[in-house]
Design a protein around this ligand. Structure first.
Ligand code: SF4
Length: 231
């Protein structure tokens, strides 16, 4: 399968690493706040980047780039993801994977084969409100919980991140979300910004004062909690 988006140079996707970012088109969720609506809703109409071209670029930039970020959509749905990760690893790059955590078996296998250095997993909401925040009628939380526990227990580098939305997240939800990821090392609470690229329009950001209250609640369960994109 081909990637459908390619940001050749990024300084913001993976700590201080100079990164190239690849986007997979397709997702099993429909989060209303998602900014990648075309990748999620119309994968067939998205551009395709030939793997050979990407590999050629990566070969030429060995020693210049540090890492490859694989994102989406939901990249664990890509049927040849591990083969592509192997190709990337053969050139010595670090790999960061962004995921909604619904395919623990893919993340576990990538880790087992030494193909993954860091995972950024979305925690959409407390388990009860996953359907609302993923735009689905129902969500099987078993694989998501399996990924959460694997990331916490495996020793792999990871972060959890939650885009907080005024209409979707209450203090009670954040309390339950904290219980769901109890023992985690790191979680970011990300500011939401509405845009024409979102799957649904009209949602609102959580004001900073309220976001700080969310942070304080989450700190009871997670070692390090930070707000992201708040001034
Ligand atoms: S936010 Fe992530 S999980 Fe949700 S629809 Fe967009 S790509 Fe899929």
């Amino acid at each position: 399968m081909d990637f459908s988006g390619w940001e050749k140079l990024s300084l913001v996707d993976f700590d201080d690493n100079v990164t190239t970012t690849l986007f997979f088109a397709g997702c099993n969720f429909r989060c209303p706040f998602c900014h990648n609506s075309s990748l999620v809703l119309n994968p067939a109409s998205c551009p395709k980047f030939k793997w050979e071209s990407i590999m050629e670029y990566l070969k030429k930039r060995q020693g210049i780039l540090d890492a490859v970020c694989i994102t989406g959509g939901e990249p664990t749905l890509m049927n040849d993801l591990l083969d592509k990760m192997k190709d990337i690893k053969s050139l010595g790059y670090l790999i960061k994977l962004d995921s909604n955590g619904s395919k623990p078996e893919v993340i576990k296998e990538a880790f087992k084969q030494g193909l993954i250095d860091y995972v950024a997993m979305d925690i959409k909401n407390c388990p009860e409100k996953y359907p609302l925040t993923t735009g689905l009628k129902e969500v099987d939380m078993t694989p998501i919980e399996e990924t959460v526990r694997f990331l916490i227990d495996s020793g792999i580098g990871y972060e959890f991140r939650t885009t907080i939305i005024d209409e979707h997240h209450t203090e009670e939800d954040i309390e339950k979300l904290g219980q769901f990821i109890k023992g985690a090392k790191k979680c970011f609470l990300q500011k939401f910004t509405d845009s024409e690229y979102c799957i649904s329009r009209g949602l609102h950001e959580v004001p900073k004062e309220k976001a700080l209250r969310f942070k304080a609640i989450l700190e009871k369960y997670v070692d390090k909690v930070e707000l992201r994109n708040y001034d």
